[in-house]
Design a protein around this ligand. Structure first.
Ligand SMILES: [Zn+2]
Length: 64
């Protein structure tokens, strides 16, 4: 049996940057950094900040 199931790939959507979580200093700092990088057209670094913001473990949505 060979059922090929395509696993959904979660791609980062560059058109919708993540929003910093309210009250989170880390996210706020990341958002500031991101804006700075974007202004300098440093897309790669800006994306890094977005990823970090999305993956910030303190409020990733998991209930623990
Ligand atoms: Zn955060």
């Amino acid at each position: 049996m060979s059922t090929t199931q395509e696993s959904p790939i979660t791609l980062l959507d560059p058109t919708s940057p993540p929003r910093p979580a309210p009250g989170c200093d880390v996210c706020a700092a990341l958002e500031k950094q991101r804006a700075g990088y974007e202004r300098r057209e440093n897309t790669r670094q800006a994306t890094d900040c977005e990823v970090e913001m999305r993956n910030h473990p303190k409020h990733s949505g998991s209930t623990s």
